[in-house]
Design a protein around this ligand. Structure first.
Ligand SMILES: [Zn+2]
Length: 482
């Protein structure tokens, strides 16, 4: 194996440039289309030509009509849209295991922000690569990054592994004692927005259309009014979204009231930020009147139940996500980060989204597996303003496809009976067999095709050790190891 220190980040097998001339037919599985009628096609097939879905129908029909196409047997499988992870910090893969069970304020001030602000480009690259590999292995085909400090490295990792994603930079211009960030990583609003316009110019639409560049706002306490207005105007000029953490917890609400004289949602409303292109993430501290306001403005929501539960954000017990959905809002699902969700398996995130709110409300019908699956596919795509091309399996859409094996005992005795519920409630991302993005397989029969897992393990281990050293993070063993 090549020693990891000699690996050039751009190295590795390139993605195949073209799909087979006569296309690919994924056939004999149950196709979960996520079209408007939510149709499932038993003994179904998807025909892929180039990067797009050319047809969906019965396997017998599509196989007969396309004898020259490459046949991919999906017998006993679900064929679903690739999952959309609407909020994840890719570089945080390297801090996995170092943030467990640490009080929120201390976690941000002494672990997460030192990590985020002191790692370098190489750590960002390999952290992102680890995140994307874990995502793909669990069926995720599209991510949305709220911004690290080396977005070019995250983009480079995404280009190489073949995933689709929305990227921004960590955008912040004023100090927040709870989230220490050096001056060198901030800058004036004009400098920040100029840098974002450059990033957009160089990478938006890159990697054969798989990469989109958005604007972002890291947190409400670390962004000046001037920066917020500049970000708003730049997003409008470029026609992109704004990805922001908002209404994270009651402490942030109190701080915002003290400093700006308004709750976080109200502050951003006054600044003219809130609209259909605004993706507000966490939102556990938004009250019902704010939900009504946000619904009227068509603001998109990112819900991260696993991060909230491990990280004590309060989104489950105090948030109003079922009410947002009842109000017609678009709510996508996010894993947030490898260190605070501890897994990037969106099927497990779906389970939490489907179940946790039932418990809070003593109501088994308030949420469910099918809504959670919508959140992880078409609703997530809508939250990223990309539902015209991804999030469902329909003719003409991009071919982002996850093939899920249903042969495990946990799927029985009725694997094909309401299979989406079987996936969300009984299975996990470990059942994902193959993943296609933009018409090309990036994982086939559980083997990643665009990089070697041994290389990834070696490189992420080395980069994680470098990150710990650079950030000065403690590595504590909770129980004595003898
Ligand atoms: Zn986040």
């Amino acid at each position: 194996m090549t020693p990891p220190t000699t690996i050039h980040p751009g190295a590795g097998r390139p993605l195949a440039k073209t799909t087979p001339a006569h296309g690919i037919v994924i056939a004999n599985g149950t196709v979960v289309t996520m079209n408007r009628e939510r149709q499932l096609v038993a003994d179904g097939a998807v025909l892929i030509k180039g990067d797009r879905i050319a047809a969906i129908g019965k396997a017998a029909d599509l196989l007969a009509a396309n004898p020259g196409a490459e046949f991919v047997d999906a017998t006993g499988c679900l064929v679903t849209p690739g999952f959309v992870d609407a909020h994840n910090h890719p570089a945080h893969f390297l801090s996995k295991g170092l943030l467990d069970d640490v009080e929120t304020g201390r976690r941000w001030a002494t672990r997460l922000y030192p990590f985020d602000t002191k790692i370098g480009p190489d750590e960002c690259y390999w952290g992102s690569m680890g995140t994307f590999a874990e995502m793909i292995r669990n069926g995720t085909t599209c991510f949305a990054d709220p911004g690290g400090f080396y977005p070019e490295e995250t983009i480079r990792a995404a280009e190489r592994i073949g995933i689709r994603g929305v990227v921004t930079r960590s955008i912040t211009d004023i100090h927040d004692a709870g989230r220490p960030t050096p001056d060198a990583l901030m800058g004036s609003p004009a400098e920040i927005v100029d840098g974002m316009k450059r990033l957009y110019g160089e990478h938006h639409g890159g990697a054969e259309g798989r990469i989109r560049v958005w604007m972002g706002l890291r947190t409400v306490m670390a962004t000046s009014d001037e920066l917020c207005r500049a970000v708003r105007d730049a997003a409008e000029l470029l026609g992109v979204g704004i990805h922001a953490h908002l209404a994270i917890n009651p402490l942030e609400t109190q701080q915002c009231l003290r400093k700006w004289g308004a709750r976080p949602v109200e502050r951003y409303r006054r600044l003219g930020l809130l609209g259909p292109n605004f993706l507000a993430v966490h939102m556990g501290a938004a009250d019902l009147s704010e939900v009504e306001l946000l619904a009227g403005l068509d603001v998109k929501i990112g819900h991260c139940p696993s991060a909230s539960m491990l990280g004590a954000f309060g989104c489950i017990s105090h948030g109003h996500f079922p009410e947002m959905i009842a109000a017609g809002m678009t709510v996508g699902l996010g894993s947030d980060a490898a260190a605070i969700s501890r897994f990037l398996d969106l099927v497990r995130v779906m389970y939490l989204a489907a179940c946790a709110h039932k418990d809070v409300h003593y109501d088994a019908e308030i949420m469910g597996a099918h809504k959670a699956f919508e959140m992880a596919t078409i609703d997530g795509a809508r939250a990223l303003l990309w539902d015209d091309a991804i999030g469902s399996l329909e003719t003409g859409k991009l071919a982002d496809i996850t093939i899920v094996e249903c042969s495990g005992l946990e799927w029985h005795p009725r694997p094909a009976f309401n299979p989406v519920a079987n996936l969300v409630y009984s299975s996990s991302g470990a059942a994902v067999r193959s993943v296609m993005i933009n018409g090309r397989f990036v994982m086939r029969d559980r083997r990643l095709l665009t990089l070697e897992e041994d290389e990834l393990r070696a490189a992420t281990s080395r980069a994680a050790a470098d990150a710990v050293r650079l950030a000065g993070l403690p590595e504590e063993q909770r129980w004595p190891v003898i």
